[in-house]
Design a protein around this ligand. Structure first.
Ligand SMILES: [Zn+2]
Length: 198
């Protein structure tokens, strides 16, 4: 994918941002998703990576993080990490979404869209103790947070105890309905985008 001279572990994927806006955020898109409305003015930085990432026996193909470096970090490593994202994205984004370039090059259109939306679903608006969406009092902008997965369960538990006891009823119901996004929509959305050649 990259020549030896221009080999980089991470490359900013600005075209992905444009594609996400046109495909999922623009209300006139056939596959627009109003569940991402809080992201309308969010700054999301996208990265392609060729670094293979295996965690706990599973291949990680995408990741969504907050833009400012997280976790215990010394002052210099933090400043260095911040400088890197500013060089990529112009300022520190609200979220950084990293995509496995190799996976995205070979997966199908539906898989690619599902992966991108999976990461977008992690990019959530925080809620207060009463469940109401939080806004920054100074700027009026949404307060962002990373949301965990709706379902974390073992297939064996669902098989043995059923979806209600296993707490996966909503997921099973969703899986039993035909997908909302039909193949025709996917062809329309991905046919106009040259992303996957990148
Ligand atoms: Zn996830």
């Amino acid at each position: 994918m990259f020549g030896l001279d221009d080999f980089k572990s991470f490359v900013p994927a600005h075209d992905v941002g444009d594609w996400v806006e046109a495909t999922f955020f623009d209300p006139s898109s056939p596959v627009a998703n109003p569940e991402h409305d809080h992201l309308a003015n969010a700054h999301i930085g996208y990265l392609w990576t060729v670094v293979e990432n295996n965690r706990k026996g599973k291949r990680v193909i995408g990741q969504c993080e907050t833009g400012s470096p997280q976790g215990a970090m010394g002052k210099w490593p933090r400043a260095r990490a911040e400088q890197q994202v500013v060089e990529w994205f112009g300022s520190v984004p609200d979220f950084i979404i990293t995509l496995d370039a190799e996976y995205c090059q070979q997966c199908g259109d539906a898989e690619f869209m599902a992966l991108v939306e999976h990461e977008l679903y992690h990019a959530a608006q925080d809620v207060d103790a009463f469940g109401a969406p939080k806004f920054n009092k100074m700027t009026g902008q949404p307060v962002f947070t990373i949301r965990g997965h709706d379902v974390e369960q073992f297939i064996g538990v669902v098989r043995r105890y059923g979806p209600d006891a296993a707490g996966v009823r909503a997921m099973v119901d969703a899986a039993n309905r035909p997908p909302e996004i039909a193949r025709a929509h996917i062809e329309h959305s991905c046919g106009t985008c040259l992303l996957r050649v990148a």
